[in-house]
Design a binder for this molecule. Structure first.
Ligand SMILES: [Zn+2]
Length: 610
């Protein structure tokens, strides 16, 4: 008796090895297929009308239900109660197909051995009638991997398929499938499954399995799966092994090395609000908690990509995110300028690549953070200080304020230097140092929150008319209202690119000049020997292009004048050398070296006016 019990137990154990959740919850009916209604509707109609094709191509990313659909189709055609769009899943035929043991349904994985033998065998047997069901269904997965020989054999079968054969070719790379094959198949494109569909499916599984899983965890898993339901379900499997039947967002973040959305959004807030010190503190916290920093930067990159989509297109639907995420993204997109966003994306992407090889990912993250803040923040801080100097005319005359105003231009550099030195910078509020220029006081933060538009680079320029009254003041020379030397230099490279985009010869002419400012005029200063270039640029056709480019970059019309280097240089304002951008022309430093070493004639161009 005991023996018998034991045997049955063993048999039971052997019979039911652990079945992965994905296999267990593989969709068994067309209705259960998540998010591919455009496919299932057509197939259901074809089955109802008895117009099922002999060859289908299921194209789409992995884990989107191609093989599952093929199997449901096989069941629909061979179900004892069929052909029916709703196979019963209880008859022997359905059960065999579900278990993968049906003799009439053959699955071939072209990826594993490129299919030569299978296709040959298939070709030899395809004409025999099905053993049990009505149809022989051949599911060829990753069909693009077949060898040429196998492809040709397949093509022969598709040219004259027996009445009882149905071919389902599945592929993640339809462009690699020969056109002669494509032309013989009815094609269905499987889409990535939407986050909300995946979440719904996961909720169903969790409920059936008695798993407690919070919403944040579900969102995180769903977005990590990038539209692959199979990956999402496998993640749940993995998480159950890791933390049992209660799964929280922190578990998900920890086990899968993912970054919770809130963390990314909080960090992005710090960047958008120009709070580098707080951002670095947060990085320290991430390091303490053992967060994978490269994963974090990857998450940030995704977050800024979402900001980019919202800012530049407003197409929130393609982001496929829950409303609370979207509303935070909207606020951040409002608060950051387009150039700052472009720059942030470029920097983060670069950092993400570099971190793969970096032995000190923390430093890499800190540096990129400060750089990103600087690119988005310096502009805003400059605008703010300009506005301040207008508002507080009296206060602006105080020496401390002048130091501050100067720091607004060069502060970013100083802050970065500090970071490199100290690892983590000091707190906010120390008046007069470089950090003051970038880090907002709480009052300023509140100010910025009510005025998100001031992040836009053009804001200061637009307001310049109102600021002209300050011209007589000494401060006005240091922080000109519309067009500061720093601003002109920063804008120069984008402006060159904007000209190049319109007309390359005009761009070449501009390589011979340097940007300066006089009051609100952008002065293109040509070397004495470049009088020809100056004359060309001054021609109406070229000047129009330059003006257009300037308007694009500055966001407002800018008056432009050309002059030769010896035309009263004393009037021109020089930007501090560290602010000079890299341009396509030799840098100031190179010119300086040229002069010092070789006595080159450009010396008057780099006269330090201090
Ligand atoms: Zn059935």
């Amino acid at each position: 008796m005991h023996d018998l019990l034991l045997r049955s137990c063993i048999i039971k154990l052997m019979d039911s090895p652990y079945i992965s959740l994905y296999r267990k919850y593989r969709p068994q009916t067309f209705a259960e297929l998540a998010g591919e209604e455009h496919v299932t509707k057509t197939l259901v109609n074809a089955i109802k009308q008895g117009r099922v094709s002999h060859a289908y191509l299921f194209a789409g990313p992995r884990g989107t239900g191609k093989t599952s659909t093929a199997k449901i189709l096989a069941k629909a055609m061979n179900c004892e109660k069929g052909p029916t769009p709703e196979p019963d899943n209880t008859c022997p035929s359905c059960l065999e197909i579900s278990a993968g043991s049906a003799v009439d349904v053959l699955e071939i994985d072209a990826a594993s051995n490129r299919g030569i033998d299978e296709i040959r065998e298939l070709r030899d047997k395809v004409h025999f009638a099905p053993t049990r069901g009505r149809y022989k269904v051949y599911i060829i997965d990753e069909v693009h991997m077949l060898t040429t020989e196998a492809f040709n054999a397949l093509l022969k079968m598709l040219e004259e398929p027996p009445a009882h054969a149905i071919f389902v070719l599945a592929t993640t790379e339809p462009h690699k499938v020969l056109p002669t094959i494509l032309s013989r198949c009815q094609r269905f494109d499987f889409r990535r499954i939407g986050t909300s569909d995946i979440i719904r499916r996961l909720e169903h599984i969790a409920e059936s399995e008695g798993i407690e899983i919070d919403q944040g965890a579900l969102v995180l898993i769903a977005s990590h799966s990038q539209g692959s339901l199979r990956d999402a379900i496998s993640d749940i499997d993995q998480l159950m092994a890791y933390c049992g039947k209660t799964i929280t967002m922190d578990d998900v973040a920890g086990a899968l090395g993912l970054v919770p959305y809130e963390q990314l959004a909080d960090f992005a807030d710090l960047i958008v609000e120009c709070r580098p010190a707080d951002a670095l503190r947060m990085i320290a916290g991430l390091v303490d908690s053992g967060q994978d920093l490269r994963e974090f930067v990857g998450g940030l990159l995704g977050h800024f990509r979402n900001l980019f989509v919202i800012k530049s297109t407003g197409a929130e639907d393609i982001l496929d995110l829950p409303e609370e995420h979207l509303s935070r993204l909207r606020n951040q997109a409002d608060a950051i300028s387009v150039p700052a966003l472009d720059h942030a994306l470029a920097l983060l992407s670069e950092a993400h690549n570099e971190m793969r090889f970096s032995s000190n990912p923390r430093l890499a993250l800190e540096v990129v953070t400060v750089k990103v803040v600087r690119s988005g923040g310096a502009e805003a801080v400059e605008e703010r200080h300009q506005r301040k100097s207008r508002k507080e005319e009296a206060a602006a005359k105080m020496p401390a304020e002048r130091v501050k105003a100067k720091a607004a231009g060069a502060g970013g550099k100083e802050t970065e230097a500090k970071v490199a030195e100290a690892g983590v910078p000091q707190g906010t509020g120390t008046a007069g140092n470089g950090e003051e220029a970038v880090v907002k006081t709480p009052a300023e933060r509140a100010d910025a929150e009510t005025r998100p538009a001031e992040m836009a680079p053009a804001a200061g320029a637009r307001e310049k008319a109102g600021g002209k009254g300050a011209d007589s003041e000494q401060e006005a020379a240091e922080v000109p209202e519309g067009l500061s030397p720093a601003k002109a230099h920063r804008a120069w490279k984008p402006m060159l690119q904007a000209v190049k985009k319109r007309r390359v010869p005009t761009y070449s002419l501009l390589l011979e000049c340097e940007p300066r400012t006089r009051d609100d005029v952008l002065v293109l200063r040509f070397n004495k020997r470049a009088a020809f270039h100056k004359g060309e640029v001054e021609k109406a056709a070229n000047m129009r292009i330059v003006e257009e480019a300037a308007e694009e970059v500055f966001g407002t019309k800018v008056r432009i004048e050309c002059e030769l280097a010896d035309e009263d240089p004393a009037k021109l304002e020089e930007a501090p050398p560290e602010l000079l951008p890299e341009t396509d022309m030799p840098s100031h430093h190179i010119k300086k070296v040229m002069h010092e070493k070789f006595g080159a004639t450009m010396v008057e161009e780099i006269t330090n006016e201090e």
